[in-house]
Design a protein around this ligand. Structure first.
Ligand code: PHE
Length: 454
């Protein structure tokens, strides 16, 4: 490493910068907020197992595919598909990605707003000496308040628009190198605290002891969707980052590192939260509020709790922001290319629209909480359900098919060999994107319809 570092310092720094940028997109609310709560709803260990399988078998090869398309075309997703695709229909995959980014950001920003609300609460020392019940109530009060939620949502989206409109997203990515390891450091502190709590044993068992009777068609669909969501796959975010990759970077290793980091943070997030859940006697299936009802309990008891809470929520805001930037960049670069508008106009215009589209999600816990769209899901949950579990996997399926069947073999072989991989990797990857990943995604969809069962 030392030797390599000296010989090609430029490349090495760029590579680390790139890994952090891609990991900055991947690590976000999906890891700390969403992974624990969906795991809680779908029963723990067995869900985690399917999640891990999806990351390795489907997520990882598709991430390689996205990096490949990005580096090869140096274009935004719609442009990339237009340039490489022999058939004009491939453009559809690009559009679907833009639509997914648009929808996901609209409600992601609502959750980002909740985090901002918690930053402010920690400034005012509001968690100090609170009981578990009081902390639960705090979150419920936030959900019941339409104005506060819409206000926080507006603030969060404003930050995102501000960064993307100035074209300074890559500057922000540089902060990642300091802030992400700091966040991980605080998470490790919280982890030690959780592992010493009375609910530790039960929490660990819940996460890692699979109860196969809990595997339902929906659990399989949601676990796969969560893998796409958490790894930022299926909508072109990683195609965009791929376009910054240096020519001699090994995209297979890079994808493996990003998948590993992202999964590590999700698992640590779960290991922090579930012991608290069991120590406090909360239901693991508490839903989207799980993160907000559990962590402040720890902060209320720790010495310097408010200060740690403040840093923690600020760092989570930052993690959420870097993910939101990558969602927004896909939408904005599309508008810039399609409409020919400048970056500023495109960002502010789309930012306002996404804010407005997100308002019903913010209101779906109070003013319009009785409106159900898909099954018993409110607006917020329905948008998440459709975009995460259908749009992203369909986008990923198209990306896999594109790389496996449409892209010329010469292009894909060159891309994989650039970093020094041997042909064995290439053939393995190609086999997966041609057959395994598309068949697996399709089977997950079909089993959900009830036509087949395992
Ligand atoms: N991966 C991000 C997270 O976990 C969310 C995201 C999804 C970002 C899709 C970009 C694309 O928070």
């Amino acid at each position: 490493m030392e030797e390599k570092n000296c010989r090609s310092r430029g490349t090495w720094t760029t590579r680390i910068g790139f890994i952090f940028a891609a990991a900055g997109s991947a690590v976000g609310l999906g890891n700390m907020w969403k992974f624990p709560y969906v795991t809680g709803i779908y029963g723990g260990g067995a869900f985690v197992l399917i999640y891990l399988l999806s990351v390795i078998m489907i997520g990882f090869p598709i991430m390689v595919a996205e990096f490949m398309i990005g580096r090869n075309t140096q274009l935004s997703p719609v442009g990339a598909f237009t340039k490489l695709g022999k058939n004009r229909l491939w453009k559809f995959a690009g559009w679907l990605g833009v639509l997914s980014g648009f929808i996901i950001l609209s409600y992601y920003s609502v959750v980002g707003g909740w985090i901002l609300d918690y930053v402010i609460r920690s400034v005012f020392n509001q968690f100090q000496n609170c009981s578990v019940r009081q902390i639960e109530k705090m979150f419920e009060v936030l959900l019941e308040s339409p104005l506060r939620q819409v206000g926080c949502h507006a603030f969060f989206i404003f930050f995102v628009v501000y960064v993307v409109s100035g074209g300074i997203a890559r500057g922000i990515e540089r902060w990642n190198k300091i802030l992400m390891p700091t966040l991980f450091g605080i998470l490790l502190l919280l982890l030690i605290n959780s592992l010493l709590s009375p609910g530790a044993r039960e929490g660990i068992k819940f996460l890692f002891n699979p109860d196969f009777s809990k595997i339902t068609p929906s659990a399989i669909l949601v676990a796969m969707g969560q893998a796409f969501f958490s790894l930022s796959l299926g909508m072109g975010a990683m195609i965009t980052y791929g376009s910054y990759i240096n020519q001699d970077t090994n995209i297979v290793n890079s994808a493996a590192e990003v998948c590993f980091l992202d999964t590590l943070v999700a698992l640590v997030g779960g290991l922090v939260i579930f012991p608290i859940v069991f120590s406090c006697g909360l239901p693991p299936s508490a839903g989207p509020g799980l993160f907000f009802k559990t962590l402040p309990v720890v902060f209320s008891r720790l010495p310097w709790g408010s200060l740690i809470a403040f840093f923690f929520f600020i760092l989570v805001t930052f993690a959420a922001l870097t993910s939101a930037i990558s969602l927004f960049e896909v939408v904005v670069s599309y508008v810039i290319d399609e409409k020919g508008w400048n970056r500023k106009k495109s960002s502010y215009f789309m930012g306002i629209i996404i804010f407005l589209v997100g308002v019903p999600s913010a209101l779906s816990f109070n003013l319009i909480k009785n409106i159900e769209i898909i099954g018993k899901r409110n607006v917020f949950d329905s948008l998440d359900f459709i975009a995460t579990n259908y749009f992203l996997p369909i986008g990923g399926l198209l990306i896999a098919l594109f790389c496996g069947w449409s892209l010329s073999e010469k292009v894909s072989k060159d891309e994989i060999r650039k970093g020094g991989n041997n042909l064995f990797f290439y053939y393995l990857w190609r086999y997966i994107v041609r057959y395994i990943a598309p068949v697996a995604v399709t089977l997950v969809f079909i089993q959900k319809t009830g036509l087949i069962s395992f």
